[in-house]
Design a protein around this ligand. Sequence first.
Ligand code: UD1
Ligand code: CA
Length: 461
Amino acid sequence: MPDMVGIILAAGKGTRMKSKLPKALHPICGKPMTRYVIDACRDSGVEDCIVVIGHGAEQVREGLGSDVRYVVQEQQLGTGDACKRAVALLGEGGLDVLVLAGDTPLVSPEILKRLADEHRSSGADATVLTTVLDDPGQYGRILRAPDGSVRGIVEAKDASAEERGIREINASIYCFKLPLLRDYLDRITPANAQSEYYLTDVIGLMAADGRRVAAATSEDPNVVLGINHRADLAHLTGIIRSQILERLMLDGVTLVDPSSTYVDFDVQTGPDTVIYPQTVIEKGSTIGEGCTIGPSTRLVNVKLGNEVTVLFSNIVDSTVGDGTRIGPFANIRPGCRIGSKVKIGDFVEAKNAEIHDSASMSHLAYIGDAVVGEHTNIGAGSITCNYDGFTKHRTIIGRNVFIGSNVTMVAPVEIGDGALVAAGSVVTENVPGDALAIARSEQTVKEGWAKQRREQKGRGG
Ligand code: UD1
Ligand code: CA
């Protein structure tokens, strides 16, 4: 949209959230709530977006990204005052301005385009986006004159009982002609229940002066819903979550139980992947084709190849190659690069480990700060001792190595290709390739000793 500037109001503390985290940054399916508003604004074709920040300004700026301009509203004196801070950055040109609240994350590029089109084609001085709600709650009510034209907006806190009965509400999304907006922002006063400068008053003052104020009404009330407290947050998260799940299903993914599946906004999944119940797939994850994920699995920033199986497991900040099987009950911590056709079974923990193709650790192992070569087998109960109480050390295990059960590998240590380490060994020295290492005390057998002891204790037989 040429000659259209976006202004997004996000300076408020979000008092009703009762949170240390600034409201703008509360995540919804992995994305900060105000980032949804910025994305909708940009996707509608508005290139220049100004975000008004204040409460937790530096943190908000950091969290929302660098593709927008920021202006700081030092004191949160109201939506009108916030808008004024952004308008001060704009020149005298005859631009149009699209103003949005930073707490309406369901807003779509389509509805913004429609609002802008209606604003421009009608030649209005201001156009306000409205919708009709069964329960208009705390939203500002749209006041219309007998001829249907918009007369003003009254906040619920300032409304009479009769006005509170109005079900058409202000979405807090508007188009204005910039010069008029600038002019009227200078005229509003904080003479209201909240002692704030209301942006909504601009609409009433313009209408009273005979300016052309239009309304665009959204048929879908959801797209304009705002978040003021945690119950709103949960409600809107539910709506956004179903939109994400719907997209996955249309992309060919089977969700056995969408109601217990949680997927973040940017997750990509190939067709014919099946996701079982109680599965959470978080930001940054990509899943290939034909995978089986869950039940009860959490993936965070994980790249899975094709035909991967993960069940009852947790994987974070790692990559997994084609045909690998993980779980049940594996914990794959950050920094693992796991190859293809690897088998990681129950109660295996790995961290910062490079595990090459066709390696296998079927049960009860800890592999940390380590390399495991191709076709190497790690026996049950074997662990790397990567931490000496001060620093972390690496364990390098070659290809085709056989590590027996209950081997303790005290890092730093290297085990060469084709070596065999006997069960129960504590490996403290490097093992050359193709060698056998046995590092355990020799077995002593004392014939008849146990029987003798029982007899001494008076329990023969
Ligand atoms: C606002 C509207 C209301 C509308 C509702 C829709 C006003 C006076 N009221 O009410 O008519 O129905 O949105 O969701 O505009 N903000 C600032 N600086 C401030 C105050 C607020 O940047 O000084 C930002 C907030 O961070 C928030 C947005 O403006 O993102 C809206 O403010 P909020 O206090 O949530 O307004 P509502 O009471 O919801
Ligand atoms: Ca609000």
